[in-house]
Ligand binder design. Structure first.
Ligand SMILES: *Cc1c(COP(=O)(O)O)cnc(C)c1O
Length: 358
């Protein structure tokens, strides 16, 4: 595969920033050193700051893709004595369901149809049913729906649930307030909004979730969060982390912190708004439910999505996100995270017009 000259409108891996590419070009150093520890503690501080996490939260740096972090979080935070509600509106919600099934953690799913927005009325049948936790992919990346955190938080408050949020595609694309929204676990991954190489996932746990984790004996060597807590007190991980990505991360966190989180979000939103307003007159439409700024799910009127995806990739060296499953025949997704300029979107829109002979 030729790596040159591709433009990525994909949600992860994304079009990486030049500063990240510079960091990536260096020798990956040995990491059991005070210097590396100091950098990791600095990254922990910045993650908590950018997520507006409670002061006494703990951060786990896990070398795994996002799904590994989802599984690790579920098995460290819950067990057979829990009863979870899973918001399931796409393939990532279904992944949470599968994790619960495999690990025999009792759960029920709040299922959404392909074009159905999550509303407070959906929660009525789940009130006072003895749930202890809720799992949600706040941007269900499969459909691009951004769920309303206010509805979810209020339900969790009323029913005294621990709230686990997979913010893997939403963080750094949509505003995210961990403490204000009473979120007990936040899961993110290096290759999405952070625009780094894949391999590193980060889980932030609220003080009350830390207490819960400390009370559970997880049947796993690699994914035992208590081991990560002890090591992180000195800025280390139990096992070799994705050391190179840790350096990319620290560089990116400083870049975002210096720019300011609001400015970073504004940048992503500007690309998103620009693209969505520019496609209004094309023979495509967008779903009606609330959308994340991370990605725009385009729906065509005919089953041409795979053909269009191949055309862009092979003829134009442009990568957009295909969609798996039934939705995939008529849908592609265009990301707004990554080092992309408005002129890049002009080019993409021109390609859409060429494809449709407009
Ligand atoms: C990308 C993504 C994941 C993680 O997928 P991996 O391929 O395992 O990194 C999980 N949840 C959501 C919502 C995602 O967008």
């Amino acid at each position: 595969m030729n790596l040159d000259n591709y433009k990525l409108f994909t949600v992860g891996p994304t079009q990486m920033y030049e500063s990240t590419l510079k960091v990536r070009s260096k020798v990956v150093p040995y990491f059991r050193t005070p210097e590396f520890s100091e950098m990791m503690l600095d990254s922990e501080r910045l993650i908590k700051k950018l997520q507006f996490a409670p002061h006494d939260s703990k951060v786990v740096f896990l070398t795994a893709s996002g799904s590994g972090a989802m599984e690790a979080t579920v098995i460290n935070c819950f067990n057979q004595n829990d009863k979870l509600l899973v918001i399931s509106g796409g393939t990532f919600g279904e992944r949470f369901e599968k994790i619960c099934e495999i690990h025999q953690i009792p759960f029920e799913a709040l299922k959404l149809g392909a074009d159905e927005a999550l509303e407070s009325s959906h929660f009525q049948e789940f009130e006072n049913q003895g749930f202890t936790g809720l799992l949600v992919n706040i941007d269900e990346t499969y459909t691009g729906q951004l769920y309303d955190i206010n509805i979810i938080r209020d339900f969790c408050d009323r029913n005294n649930l621990l709230l686990v949020v997979d913010a893997i595609s939403s963080f750094l694309a949509d505003p995210y307030y961990m403490e204000k929204n009473h979120i007990d676990a936040t899961i993110i991954s290096s290759q999405k909004g952070l625009c780094l190489a894949p391999g590193l996932s980060i889980i932030t746990l609220s003080p009350r979730m830390v207490q819960k984790v400390e009370s559970i004996k997880v049947a796993s060597l690699y994914f035992d969060f208590n081991d990560y807590f002890i090591n992180m007190m000195r800025g280390q991980t139990p096992f070799t982390p994705a050391v190179g990505v840790c350096f990319e991360l620290n560089d990116m966190l400083h870049k975002i912190d210096e720019q300011g989180i609001d400015a970073r979000l504004k940048e992503v939103k500007a690309r998103c708004d620009y693209f969505r307003s520019s496609i209004q007159n094309l023979p495509i439409h967008l779903p009606k439910y609330p959308l994340s700024n991370a990605i725009t799910p385009i729906r065509f009127e005919k089953d041409i999505a795979m053909d269009f995806f191949a055309y862009l990739k092979n003829e134009k060296h442009i990568m957009v996100n295909p969609v798996g499953g039934e939705l995939g025949k008529r849908s592609i997704r265009v990301a707004h995270v990554g080092d992309l300029k408005l002129v890049d979107y002009d080019n993409l829109i021109n390609e859409i017009k060429t494809y449709f002979n407009m």
